[in-house]
Design a binder for this molecule. Structure first.
Ligand code: ARG
Length: 404
């Protein structure tokens, strides 16, 4: 066709991906289209679009995927209770497959031979992009300039200056930051010393507990089948709900996480996160599950949660395994409908009240007061059988059971 080959690049507007537009054009003698996905980070997206075109992109899309992100990625992870290594709500890890999906969409529209991203060769994000693309479009190549070019930040700046690439250099931030609606990840700089307490400058979304208001704030979160749908009795859309919870919880210092994390590529890294909405909504969701799931369901789901978190973290969002787990999780959420009252105070989000029409908590069974419907005498027979193996062992093997 005589047309030049095309590459679709995930473009953040920052240094790496700005340099990448130029580098890919030269290296592959190709045209570069950029895609900037809005996942709720407060970057200036129109400015990024202008910059991409100025650097020589033939097409520069900005796409608002915030609703889709919450609905199709964040809610399923919340329902699953997925926290990587028990603490990280997976904001970045959930965003990558969504971005990959839209890169593939544009690549197909453009007949591109490759998609590209700005990830380095050291992190998890490259794996998430590459493996997601492999699942969705095995015919597409995935290019990662920053994995190949061997330039550090200063060399990239020189490269850009020599080629008149317009840059917007954020006053050399001490950290490497990735943000979206569900959380903010902060790494590098002085955080690389795991002994050092993260300085206040690492945090932007949350108040320190010390500076948070002395008065607690109470919020009622309403759920329908495991999805948050209302705040303080008002139905709100998904996006607004996350944003409102972000503000409320962040102001009370909720959602700071300091984690030594096991990356997929084998290294441990010190990661600091701020995820006020995720922390608060996770606490509320868990509290409601406590009311409606049986003990067996809750125990088993806990194991699934870890599996789900590992899978998301490890870049396997687009996999049959994830769909299988989703089917299980969805089934568990059938009765996760009700309301939780959270107390946000000095760095913690605590469920202090919960109610549901489907609650398995029954006052008449639980009460020590009048109206007790529990059959106390039945316990005797129950314990007799339950304790049978213990009595048998004690009788036959004697002191063997006491240890010491
Ligand atoms: N460690 C987190 C993860 O693997 C956050 C990564 C943030 N990415 C970044 N490019 N700064 O999901």
């Amino acid at each position: 066709m005589g047309e030049r080959r095309k590459i679709v690049l995930a473009y953040s507007g920052g240094l790496d991906t700005s340099v990448a537009i130029h580098w890919l054009r030269e290296r592959y003698d190709a045209e570069v289209a950029t895609l900037t996905i809005d996942l709720g980070a407060n970057a200036e997206l129109d400015e990024a679009r202008e910059r991409a075109l100025a650097i020589g992109a033939v097409r520069a899309d900005v796409y608002d995927a915030r609703e889709e992100f919450i609905r199709d990625y964040v809610w399923p992870a919340l329902q699953a209770g997925a926290l990587y290594e028990g603490v990280y709500p997976l904001a970045t890890a959930l965003g990558r497959p969504l971005i990959a999906k839209h890169l593939v969409r544009i690549a197909r529209e453009e007949g591109a031979f490759a998609i590209a991203h700005g990830c380095t060769g050291k992190g998890n994000d490259q794996v998430r992009f590459d493996v997601s693309a492999a699942a969705l479009a095995p015919e597409l190549k995935v290019l990662a300039p920053a994995r190949e070019w061997g330039m550090g930040r200063d060399q990239e700046i020189v490269y850009a200056r020599e080629r008149d690439i317009p840059l917007k250099l954020s006053g050399a931030s001490a950290y490497s930051v990735d943000e979206n609606l569900w959380g903010r990840s902060v790494e590098a700089g002085d955080l690389e010393d795991p002994w050092k307490e993260p300085p206040e400058a690492a945090y932007e979304w949350t108040a320190s507990a010390a500076n948070a208001p002395d008065e607690p704030r109470y919020v009622e979160v309403g759920f329908e089948e495991g999805v948050p749908v209302s705040l303080d009795g008002e139905q709100v859309g998904a996006l607004e709900l996350v944003q409102q919870m972000h503000e409320a919880a962040g102001a009370h210092g909720v959602g700071r996480i300091d984690h030594i994390e096991n990356r997929l590529v084998g290294i441990k890294s010190r990661e600091v996160y701020e995820a006020p909405a995720a922390a608060a909504l996770s606490a509320a969701h868990r509290a409601l599950e406590g009311m409606v799931l049986t003990k067996d369901q809750a125990r088993f789901k806990e194991r699934m949660a870890m599996e789900y978190a590992d899978l998301v973290y490890n870049g396997l969002w687009f996999s049959a395994h994830r769909l299988d787990l989703d089917a299980y999780v969805r089934s568990t959420q059938q009765f996760v409908t009700g309301t939780v009252r959270l107390r946000l105070h000095k760095g913690s989000a605590t469920a202090v009240g919960r109610r549901s029409d489907a609650a398995l908590y029954r006052h008449d069974l639980a009460t020590y007061d009048e109206g007790d419907a529990f059959d106390h005498r039945a316990s005797e027979g129950f314990i007799s059988i339950y304790g049978l193996p213990v009595r048998t062992q004690a009788r036959i093997q004697g002191k063997g059971v006491e240890g010491a």
